[in-house]
Design a protein around this ligand. Structure first.
Ligand code: NI
Length: 132
């Protein structure tokens, strides 16, 4: 988003209730911006299934699990996260995310990051600027 875009939710002094926010959408792999600060987005996403392999050459990506069991698969190992746990994927490192059953996850990353990174645009590529 550019500075001329509408101000994202949570940037006007309101308290964000994660359970309430997650209750407002049902689709998977479509991150919503819940707040923006210092060039970063706080995105909420529901996931189920397996996401394509990709990397982000210019950005770290942090995943914090709110509900469910969430996997971050790396080429040499798999990280499994449960609610209250987070992991930072180093920039440039190939990864794909997955969940057998639906999980709810917060993502912290620069606002310009596209969810599918350097992978070809696909049905998994989320539209930018969705808010919640
Ligand atoms: Ni990624």
């Amino acid at each position: 988003m550019s500075p001329t875009d509408p101000v994202a939710p949570a940037m006007d002094g309101v308290t964000v209730d994660l359970a309430d926010k997650f209750a407002t959408f049902d689709d998977h792999w479509r991150p919503r911006i819940a707040a923006q600060l210092n060039g970063q987005d706080v995105r909420l996403v529901k996931v189920q299934g397996v996401f394509p392999w990709h990397s982000h050459p210019d950005a770290e990506e942090m995943f914090l699990v709110w509900r469910g069991v969430f996997r971050i698969e790396l080429r040499d190992r798999t990280v499994t996260l449960t609610p209250g746990q987070f992991f930072v994927v180093p920039r440039g490192l190939e990864h794909r995310t997955a969940a057998d059953d639906e999980a709810e996850v917060l993502i912290f990353e620069p606002s310009e990051v596209v969810n599918t990174g350097d992978a070809p645009t696909s049905a998994f590529t989320a539209p930018s600027g969705l808010t919640v």
